[in-house]
Design a protein around this ligand. Structure first.
Ligand code: T5A
Ligand code: NA
Length: 208
């Protein structure tokens, strides 16, 4: 049996990650590819609840402490993610370590320091970067409710994402129509799954 693929969505706030990751999971399951949706931060765990308190501005934490909590929130999911991938389940993940680094580095924390706690996490096979200018994202529903949703900060975050891209990444124009974006992502994902079936590659590790 071929292992599942690890598909990741990254991008600035309100770029459509949750919309597209949900639709992708639905479409893959509909076509018989067993797929699970995960999102980070996973706000339901004990660590996730502290992160939620920080994001909704009910708790204060230092930049370093919240950074390490976001990382711990990924590490607590790793064992299950590996087991799922090995049992042939494809994982679609809404944000991951790249968000962790981009947001903290945009606060001027040292880039290498930001990457360190996530070294060794499972690496995604494909990354879809939902690219939107923060001015366009700001026009979308719900914008501005959480701590990081400020224009200048989001522009900084977008720049940090660009410094981390490699050949696993595809830049998606997130300003296009939702259906069109979905079709493009589904096509690229199915191609990646087919490639994995033809020549299986092991699960990689981040930043080693
Ligand atoms: N964070 C996260 C860190 O600092 N460190 C970390 O390690 C991690 C993992 C919360 C914050 O945490 C930070 C980053 C974030 O600031 P979150 O829980 O993922 O992260 O944030 P959410 O608020 O859930 O999600 P986002 O704000 O990022 O939004 P999405 O998921 O990108 O966008 P989505 O799909 O909810 O869509 C937003 C709106 O736009 C519409 C949708 O209908 C919705 O109303 N929309 C479109 N409109 C027009 N055209 C399209 N193509 C559209 N697609 C969606
Ligand atoms: Na989201």
């Amino acid at each position: 049996m071929t292992r599942g693929l690890f598909i990741l969505f990254e991008g600035c706030d309100r770029s459509g990650k949750t919309t597209q990751s949900t639709r992708l999971v639905q479409a893959l399951n509909d076509s018989g590819i067993k797929t699970k949706l995960l999102k980070f931060p996973e706000r339901t765990t004990a660590i996730g609840k502290m992160i939620d308190g920080y994001l909704t501005q009910s708790t204060k934490l230092s930049d370093q402490a919240i950074h390490l909590m976001f990382s711990a929130n990924r590490w607590e999911a790793m064992e299950q993610m590996q087991a799922d991938l090995e049992s042939g389940i494809t994982l679609v993940v809404d944000r991951y370590a790249y968000s962790g680094v981009a947001f903290s580095a945009a606060k001027k924390l040292d880039f290498k320091w930001c990457k360190a706690p996530d070294v060794g996490l499972l690496a995604p096979d494909r990354v879809f970067f939902m690219d939107i200018h923060p001015d366009d994202a700001a026009k979308r529903a719900g914008y501005g409710e959480e701590i990081y949703e400020r224009r200048e900060f989001q522009i900084e975050v977008r720049v940090k994402f660009f410094t981390m891209m490699d050949k696993a990444w595809s830049i998606v124009d997130a300003n296009k129509d939702m259906d069109e974006i979905h079709r493009q992502i589904l096509f690229l994902t199915k191609k990646a799954i087919q490639k994995q079936e033809e020549g299986p590659a092991p699960i990689g590790r981040l930043w080693v």
